[in-house]
Design a protein. Sequence first.
Length: 201
Amino acid sequence: MDEAGGIGLAAPQIAVSKQLAIIRLDDSSERYPGIESSPEYIMFNPVINYLTQETQGHWEGCLSVPGLRGYVERPSKIAVNYIDENLESNTLNLDGFLATVFQHEIDHLFGKLYIDRVFNKELIMYEDEFLKSLHRELARVLHPDLNKNANDDEFKKMQAAYEVGDAAVLISMASDPELISSSLSDIIISPGIILNLYLIG
């Protein structure tokens, strides 16, 4: 998990047939700028109870499906019951991104991947192509004087300001998949929209 820069890992991902998952968020992570640190959670036999029908969406990734991103909506508030490494019972009430991470990891324990949760399959994209297209649209947002049909040479001149590898620029900008067309060359992103691009585990 640490070597791959992930923030969670479930036992089945490493061919261990156990109801076990580990989650740890780190606010110094270069991959996830802006997230809050969390304790390390070691969970055996976790059970989710959904506390709301309201959902939140994130562009999720996974160590088990490298190179892809998919937009997943999940309940925004959950309670998780589990047994920790000291054989003590615990209950956590979670919301926000941490609730998404827990649901993502617990899915692994039941043979599900995030791509099974993507409602609109047009919102599954190769990471490299998605980031490239996102970069072009970000340039258009920050430089509205650019022609929509600006060629690659014009965009290359601007890449020095925000390279695709600059996660801080790409990760913290609101998720509305309806603003993303199925054509990667024609993605539309409006000012103020934040795309949550997370490689979870």
